[in-house]
Design a protein around this ligand. Structure first.
Ligand code: AMP
Length: 281
């Protein structure tokens, strides 16, 4: 099992010792409930660095008042085992009080990029994400940090924050890891009922069909978006939160597929909200 620490002082001294030994430091920020998708990020970090820290923190500031903060799965022992198996050296699992001491009032906002997709549907979410990720960067001071493409908007926002604020961290984004039937792995998949789980792979099928239409020569983004939306809406029990195709770098609207575009969706199956995305072009 990976050793675990919970204070900033502890993680700093462990990282300082690694650095004194000439090691390059990698960080994989997570909310725990680790699965094979997270394991791939840890393996990628272990290839890019010599000393890998996995942070496990269910960040209260990125959850809305009606979201699943209280019931989000917390499985630290299993997380430490999975992290160890994937090549992590340390798990950093701070308490909310360690991250947000009394009197905490400072937040990071990455504007514009937080006005589309999940931003308007989860007010304050990306402010919470950017703030905690910058704090984790400052606590751990990694050379490289690894994120997953599954949370595409999140990784775009973090890359922009790092660029805009001159944060000395290399951001690396790894592909989405999927179940055998195509469903993107997520800590929230465990909330799905058997019926919901059975239809959940249709989300990725709809994205793949959109990719196929684009590869087949369809360049009209509004047509691609409406067929994507229709395919998602046809999933039994699904409610489409959004289905959008945007510029893959700036998340700005695109009318024609003349540059790489992100097809991103959020779908409710019952009360569980799942996100997924693919790149077109
Ligand atoms: P989370 O613990 O869900 O907040 O995610 C922590 C990190 O793992 C983020 O960078 C996610 O993008 C990444 N991640 C989550 N699920 C997957 C997946 N299925 N494949 C690749 N990366 C993932």
């Amino acid at each position: 099992m990976t050793p675990a620490v919970s204070t900033v002082d502890e993680v700093r001294s462990a990282v300082a010792a690694a650095r004194a030994a000439g090691k390059r430091v990698g960080l994989v920020p997570t909310m725990g409930a680790l699965h094979a998708g997270h394991a791939e990020l840890v393996r990628a970090a272990a290839r890019a660095a010599d000393y890998v820290v996995v942070s496990v923190f269910v960040n209260p500031t990125q959850f809305g008042p009606k979201e699943d903060f209280a019931k989000y799965p917390r499985t630290l022992d299993a997380d430490r085992q999975l992290a160890a198996d994937a090549g992590a050296d340390l798990v950093f699992a701070p308490t909310p009080a360690e991250v947000y001491p009394d009197g905490f009032v400072t937040f990071v906002e990455v504007t514009q990029l937080d006005q589309v997709l999940c931003g308007p549907r989860r007010p304050g979410h990306f402010r919470g994400v950017a703030t905690v990720v910058l704090k984790l960067f400052n606590m751990v001071q990694p050379d490289v940090a690894v994120f997953g493409a599954k949370d595409a908007q999140q990784s775009i926002i973090i890359r922009r924050m790092v660029r805009d604020l001159d944060v000395p961290v290399a951001v690396q984004v790894e592909p989405t890891i999927r179940e055998a039937d195509g469903l993107a792995m997520s800590s929230r998949n465990r909330y799905l009922s058997a019926d919901e789980r059975a239809v959940a792979p249709k989300i990725y099928e709809a994205l793949r069909a959109t990719q196929a239409r684009a590869a087949g020569g369809e360049v009209d983004v509004s047509r691609l978006e409406s067929s994507l939306h229709a395919a998602l809406a046809a999933i039994p029990g699904a409610r489409v939160d959004y289905a959008n195709i945007l510029d893959a770098e700036n998340l700005t609207p695109v009318a024609r597929l003349d540059r790489p575009a992100l097809a991103a969706v959020a779908v409710f199956l019952g009360t569980t909200r799942l996100i997924d995305n693919v790149i077109l072009g």
